[in-house]
Design a binder for this molecule. Structure first.
Ligand code: NAD
Length: 251
């Protein structure tokens, strides 16, 4: 489906990013697995072991020079950029809004929202050189609704859905499609960390009631949607918010 397409994945060391990188690699893409965490190199090893093509480039999505270098090195290595999965993110601090520190706010906005902006900016610049491309951003069900004690995360993810729509309408005629996936709860290291917080853990059972499918999701279930959105099979899909949430937004 993605034979010889060069695709950047951010947050590739973690749950959804790693699983999606493996799926894209198996579909024939040249996967540029990127993360702030050097463990992203393990994702590359797994793709290569399965016969795919991949490399690791470390980058902090909150740093414009590092994002610019990620895109530049990708183009130097593979000749062009065809796709991107802008997925790196950090979880909420689990505190009520009136107790949220400016540092907690700034961190979420910088990584979860500004990080998507910086990736879009530099990826689109490279894709304009090719005459097109496809981008998927990871938002969240919380890009459309809220939960308590997550004001900074909810705000950042609402920003991601807005940014996705803004980019889609600006670059559609230039051949660049921009969509977002909106996962419900997916069992990843992020959720394992969040659940260590007593307030989050106390509400966790209740969150299952928001998933009418009767369970939480698995990282490859997001990856399959991303693969489709990045492929030509989704050639008329842009500016779409695709829920991968077990029905979270249906109730
Ligand atoms: N797991 C869920 O239930 C869920 C639900 C909705 C949305 N999401 C979103 O999905 C995305 C992936 O989450 P996950 O659950 O796989 O989390 P994860 O913590 O397992 O993986 C996130 C990855 O992002 C990387 N990262 C963090 N800060 C970074 C930075 N500044 N620059 C580059 N990389 C950075 C981490 O090192 C990690 O490898 C996030 O955007 C998250 O908000 C997750």
């Amino acid at each position: 489906m993605l034979e010889n397409r060069t695709i950047i994945v951010t947050g590739a060391a973690g749950g959804i990013g790693r699983a999606t990188s493996l799926i894209l690699g198996a579909a024939g893409a040249n996967v540029v697995a990127s993360d702030i965490d050097a463990n992203g190199a393990d994702t590359v090893e797994a793709i290569r072991s399965a016969g795919g093509t991949a490399c690791f480039i470390r980058a902090d999505v909150g740093s414009e020079p590092e994002v610019a270098a990620l895109v530049r090195e990708t183009v130097e290595r593979y000749g062009r950029l065809d796709g991107a999965f802008n997925n790196a993110g950090v979880e909420q601090a689990n505190v009520p809004l009136h107790e949220l520190s400016i540092d907690q706010w700034d961190r979420a906005i910088r990584i979860d929202l500004t990080g998507i902006f910086l990736c879009l900016k530099h990826e689109i610049t490279a894709m304009l050189e090719n005459g097109g491309g496809a981008i998927v951003n990871t938002a969240s069900a919380l890009g459309e609704v809220a939960i308590p004690n997550a004001a900074e995360y909810v705000t950042a993810k609402h920003g991601v859905t807005g940014l996705t729509r803004a980019a889609a309408i600006e670059y559609g005629v230039k051949g660049i499609r921009v969509n977002a996936v909106l996962p419900g709860i997916i069992r990843t290291p992020m959720i394992d960390r969040a659940i260590e917080h007593p307030d989050f853990a106390a509400g966790f059972g209740k969150l299952l009631e928001h998933h009418p499918i009767g369970r939480f999701g698995k990282p490859p279930e997001v990856g399959e949607a991303v693969k489709w959105l990045l492929s030509d099979a989704a050639s008329f899909v842009t500016g779409a918010m695709i829920p991968v949430d077990g029905g979270y937004r249906a109730i």
